[in-house]
Design a protein around this ligand. Sequence first.
Ligand code: ATP
Ligand code: MG
Length: 265
Amino acid sequence: MEMQHQSNQPGVQQPPLLEVRGITKRFDGVVALHQVNMHVNPGERVSLIGPNGSGKTTMFNCITGFYRPEEGQVLYKGKEITYKRPDKIVLQGITRTFQNVKIFPTLTVLDNLAVSIQQHQEENLLKRVFYTGGIKKFERKAVEISESLLELVGLVQMRNERAASLVYGQRKLLEFACALAPDPDLIMLDEPAAGVNTAMVDQMKRLILDVNKQGKTFLIVEHNMGVVMDISQRIIVLDYGEKIAEGKPAEIKQDPRVQEAYFGK
Ligand SMILES: Nc1ncnc2c1ncn2[C@@H]1O[C@H](COP(=O)(O)OP(=O)(O)OP(=O)(O)O)[C@@H](O)[C@H]1O
Ligand SMILES: [Mg+2]
């Protein structure tokens, strides 16, 4: 079912934070996404699920500027961002993690975060240097923010270790912290729980809920149905590049189209 844009206050229609209109993405003969509409409201936790190859990561790549869709539009805060470069989209306030974790293995944990902050503030950096006390002040601020994020994800003890020395779950936590570093409004996580042990899955779930409480909006791709059911307010289901269902976790669990997509007839 198509859900109406929701608002926290009854009777007040808030525009969605993210809106995807009729996105189609093809690779040679493969239609990875076919005219998909979806939206994420401010402050929401939405999951995008579907079997392997159903188009979830392709959707992330279309939203964040890594792929150019053949048809459709992506709007953020009501403004079109289709075809913008990935770094420009980060500056607008959308960050993401990757299915194959992307961090700098030879840099320390702290420096990974500092780079994340710096990269995304490039445009303001020069102004800052000239008008507000210079690079030193900026660096101090970057270290301050980095340390508080490491505190949040429980990696403070590892701050001076090379990122390569982290176990897989810790790398995912570091990548999550890096996604928070530019202070985005929308955070998109591609399989945050995959390949992570149970204790860290719980930690990741808590983190998502805590950060969401602080006002950040989440769009999450995840195969672990326990995690999806626990953290999502709304779930969107893709199958062969088409949206086949959308609704609250309890509705999605019962949906025969979803069961068929996952388990066959
Ligand atoms: N760069 C690419 N070049 C060619 N085909 C691609 C490319 N990226 C994705 N595809 C194809 O598009 C379809 C959707 O892939 P996508 O990675 O979006 O699926 P997914 O839902 O993220 O799957 P998974 O759960 O396995 O991560 C698949 O058929 C895939 O092979
Ligand atoms: Mg994927």
